[in-house]
Design a binder for this molecule. Structure first.
Ligand SMILES: [Ca+2]
Length: 324
């Protein structure tokens, strides 16, 4: 079974990726070791509490949650304009109260170091947030990220424009130095960039279909969150006018459990950390010259129909077996 640390900044699409993982755990295919929350879409206390509320709603409150390492001066504003002031579609007040205690929680970098040392070569880190926690672990314990089985990252934009600047995607732009450190740390990295995630449109009709089959708090939450995210994605032209929202972070789950939906290129990824206009840009070298230092698989094509069919069926499984 795939042991997973899920590093996340929920965040609407983070929640969808987390629920997908929980369904796979319920099906006996994944083992969620911990959820490490990160500063990003919103601040670290809210991402922590959002993760806690969603785990409680879904009946997984026993999963450990860690608090994020914070930047002293974040370079960019958060993404509350997309994800709501609470990071979760302004509907988190409808959810159970957070069961995990932020003030007493272990820091994410410490848990990553402890777990990778305890299970070397066994743990996949799924990182769908700015890479601050992973970089902090590597700084504290150089070489630690090499002990991960794989590091699966949602982030970057290679052949398409960015989503916060013309050149940069949010997760990388938020902390490019952290991204640079993580990409330099090991050679078993997988990246799901905007090139493919911008095709992953989850629509209110899909949420309605699930809600009409199973009426409970979980399906209502999925539908409410989808409606909020759809309105925000339309307002900020994230979907080029299509009605739905982009489930970027779900691509990392698809890579692990439905790899047949993705096509990859092996390459070396570099991060621009200096450019006035290009800070946070992800780069690879497409010249036909000999290369000796490839470290990353970058997804450049996706079967979006297969992706969405898999996501919806796994949501159906989770909602069908929901008993809270
Ligand atoms: Ca995220």
């Amino acid at each position: 079974m795939t042991k997973i640390i899920f590093d996340t900044d929920p965040g609407g699409d983070d929640i969808f990726a987390l629920l997908w993982l929980l369904s796979l755990q319920k099906q006996g295919k994944a083992e969620l070791i911990a959820v490490t929350t990160a500063e990003g879409n919103i601040n670290s206390k809210l991402t922590f509490n959002n993760a806690s509320k969603v785990l409680s709603l879904a009946g997984f409150e026993q999963v450990e949650i860690c608090r994020g390492v914070t930047l002293k001066q974040p370079k960019v504003a958060d993404a509350a304009y997309i994800h709501g002031m609470d990071g979760m579609g302004n509907i988190s007040h409808n959810l159970p109260t957070a069961k995990h205690n932020f003030d007493n929680a272990v820091y994410a970098d410490e848990l990553i170091i402890d777990k990778l040392n305890a299970y070397p070569g066994e743990i996949t880190i799924v990182a769908v947030a700015p890479l601050t926690n992973l970089a902090a672990a590597e700084t504290k314990s150089p070489g630690i990220l090499k002990k991960a089985k794989e590091i699966v990252i949602m982030g970057g934009a290679f052949k398409v424009p960015g989503n916060v600047t013309p050149h940069a995607e949010f997760n990388i732009y938020y902390n490019p130095q952290a991204a640079e450190k993580v990409f330099a740390s090991c050679n078993n990295i997988v990246v799901l960039p905007l090139d493919i995630t911008e095709q992953l449109l989850f629509t209110p009709a899909m949420a309605e279909e699930i809600l009409s089959s199973y009426q409970n708090n979980l399906t209502q939450f999925i539908s409410d969150l989808c409606n909020f995210m759809t309105a925000a994605n339309l307002r900020y032209r994230q979907t080029k006018g299509s009605k739905g929202f982009l489930v970027h972070d779900g691509a990392a789950v698809a890579y692990l459990f439905y790899p047949e939906t993705l096509m990859f290129r092996r390459t070396k990824v570099d991060i621009e950390t200096q450019g006035n206009h290009t800070s946070g840009k992800t780069l690879f070298d497409e010249r036909l010259i000999a290369k000796a230092n490839s470290n990353t698989w970058v997804a450049l094509q996706v079967d979006k129909i297969g992706f969405l069919a898999s996501l919806i069926e796994d949501f159906n499984f989770l909602c069908m077996n929901y008993d809270s």
